[in-house]
Design a protein around this ligand. Sequence first.
Ligand code: NAG
Ligand code: NAG
Ligand code: NAG
Length: 937
Amino acid sequence: MGKDYIPLRPKSRKGSLRIWVAALIVSLLYVYHAHSSFKFWPAATLRTPAQAAIVSRCRSLEMKPGPPDDFHDRSESDRFVPHSRPHLVKNAKIWTGRNNGTDIFTGDILIDKGLIKGVGHFGSALLESYGPELVVIDAKNAWVTPGIVDIHSHMGNGASPALDGADDTNSHKGLVMPHLRSLDALNTHDDSYALSIAGGITTALILPGSGDAIGGQAFVIKLRKTAERSSTSMVLEPPYTINSSFPDPTRPPRWRHMKHACGENPSGWYEGTRMDTMYAFCDAYNTASQIKKQQDEYCSKALADEWDGLGEFPEDLQWEALVDVVRGRVKVQIHCYEAVDFDGIVRLSNEFKFPVSAFHHAAEAYLVPDLIKKTYGPTPALAIFATNARYKREAYRHSEFAPRILAENGLTVLMKSDHSQLNSRHLVYEAQQAYFYGLPENLAMASVTSNSAEVMGMGHRIGYIKEGWDADLVIWDSHPLSLGATPVQVFIDGIPQLEDAYVVEKPRAFQRAPSVPNFDKEAEEAVKYEGLPPLEPITVKARPVVFTNVQSVFTPDDAFGVQQLFSAADDNTLGTVVAVDGEITCVGACSMNFADATVIDLEAGSISPGLVTFGSPLGLEHIQSEPSTNDGELYDPLSGSGVPQIVGGDGAIIRAADGLQFGTRDALLAYRAGVTSGIVAPLATGVVGGLGVSFSLGAAHKLERGAVLQEITAVHMNVLQLMPGPSVSTQIAVLRRLLLHPVDGPSKEWFLKVTNGEIPLVVEAHGADIIASLILLKREVEHAKGKTIQMTITGATEAHLLAKELGEAGVGVILNPARPFPFFWEMRRILAGPPVTENTAVSTLMAHNVTVGLGVIEIWEARNTRFEVAWTSLASGGLSRADALALGSTNVAKLLGAKTPRKLFQDLVATRGGDLLSFNSKAVAILSVSRGLVDLL
Ligand SMILES: *[C@@H]1O[C@H](CO)[C@@H](O)[C@H](O)[C@H]1NC(C)=O
Ligand SMILES: *[C@@H]1O[C@H](CO)[C@@H](O)[C@H](O)[C@H]1NC(C)=O
Ligand SMILES: *[C@@H]1O[C@H](CO)[C@@H](O)[C@H](O)[C@H]1NC(C)=O
């Protein structure tokens, strides 16, 4: 497509023949039309074909894009695949998307010819007319929704697994690139397509990256494989400009799409400032507006038949798409975070009179709803993340309450993946989180279906379950807003996408939207404090805290497991728990005769071990992309300059404890979500990591009682293919050398402790081949030293391939990310879990007695540990509550060298309304013996 792209510009020699043939056809069509309706220019027949073509082109410039009036007369989809069979999905609980997302009813859906032929109940005569061709699926009252629509994806532009040969998301060639097209880089070989379909995604808007102010044109695709296997055949309603074919001038044009970006990304990409970017926008829009003006003047002459000296239609290939923006014929998606950036775009849009379809990321939009409403034209939607925030300055004030606050201000909220920033397979999880933090159910559903379809100009055919709409459907194993909801079947254009889907049985309660906690106060404070509400808890010391209506109590046992201490038989036997200075003094039926007690009603809630976060730099980092807020990176001994002698040279070893930072927002947010401690290793860029530390997330500084739980936990190393620098074999050689013949210096003592079996060796590795080499190295060192080494593999994406061997070697695993994705080559062999595979990495590893924990990659994710654990436990089927809790707490601690369970697990979490792993509950208190307090959240 890129190569035979024919520009509109008539000057182009290459394109002239086709254009003139097309012009001829257009003029004939136009003449026909003129005859059939007298309203049109009566002198049509007097024009030359070329003049008629110009006139019809000029008239088409005034047409607004969208479906033609007779669109719904279609009896077959333009995407219908001949011989695909009709389906009847019966007994479905259907969320149609109608009535603001509130229309729900039980019935059947008939699909044929790529379309939804009807919704409701069908007479047997109609069904029989289909004969044996009709495939009948009994949904057994399962939820059925429209296919999930992702308004922001880079799928195919940057392939998964990522390879340099397909790194096509951002052009580096300039700030203003309206002429580029994401379609030209739409790699059809990307593992993401099938994985995201397995999450219910059927349609995505593929945007160029945000490195440039004007990144280029975007395209809506359907994710299924087409018979042609081409990029273009995936595009939904390709704009006619895709190949310069002049459309029938009586039909409205189709929507085009364009990406813009403001703020940090263009500044960073081009070493510029916000001022440079805004000027680049202004200059570009000025140019486009000038061209539009010339065209309009040209056309007013042409339409008045003033042909003398008129010359050629004024246009410029580089600017034609932006001219269409100024004509209001392009859906403009703008990556824009901060108030200052919205402000600039609002001025720009009003100066040049173009509408904005949506602001994306839009971290501060909830703080400036009135500013957003000042944008020229209809108010833009906000396409945002749920909890992904604070990774850079402009995202620092984002709030998990943004979706509900935006909706309360009458703005349209969309949840988006920015795939593979977030894995779009789990886009529905974003809607679930938005719902958890207060976005109403109907709007949460609409945020990934009907509303995203409308905002991308495709609401006339996708995003709803309505007769005549595209047959894109998802049948779910549970209510789509319940945590872990997974498709059991996905239709795209009427074609079922999942073969032999694996389905996990879920409790009946999962068929309803969960009843979620109340966060009214927190949402109000988010606005009041402009995104930085105080997060410090209220500490209670030397006074009893009484928890009433307790449903269950889980605590760590002495063997690093989790045990259930108390469980109420039913609502009438809910228990009481008393704690003083963090220590539980009574569980079950306790006396409540305290004069000075704080009483907390847990409303059938629970007390569980505090979760432990590992894998992100939490504790060493405030804002990922701001070096001045972070501990920084280690010297890499294998880099050219090596480690300076004063640090210890090749024998250096760095302690994370020395760089700890307390009271970061992500730490406090995680604390408020029941993550009481973290284990972190120094931020290494090479093979040598350093010494890990475990610390409390609730402490204000290092000198506070119980702030540092264990000064040194383990020796951390990294063996990764994706690391720049020397080979994997070199990295393993370093590890072998340090284990068998430690280098003199501060590290020697610690490597000796590893080979003596006193402290674990924790190695980040993903690929099965590397993990196998590490198992062999362990054997080799144990043979040489005569002692058993404690080894833990973190990351461990492909560990499931060696489950048996890891079990036999006694090597534990921390899966990070918990929900796997083939980001890199060494991570490509994921075990995807239901509906793709029966087993998950967790169930496979546990079946071989491998101790498994879960990690997170970025610091903002730490707060979501409870949901990651719940999600994994649901997908892995049949884990007990205690085993599930252990995945995110005791197992993590044990695998990373926390010495005694008592030491680390003197922290417990009290949750109201349900247990820590449920969407019904909110963490309300932390009980900490090590810190001698109860924190009220
Ligand atoms: C749509 O639903 C939301 C939340 O339930 C409500 O606040 C809003 O008023 C509704 N809008 C319309 C047009 O009914
Ligand atoms: C242009 O693209 C459309 C949509 O893919 C296709 O139907 C049409 O045949 C193409 N026209 C030409 C001239 O290639
Ligand atoms: C896992 O451990 C249990 C209990 O010790 C044992 O019965 C079982 O055989 C082990 N399974 C494997 C695959 O080693």
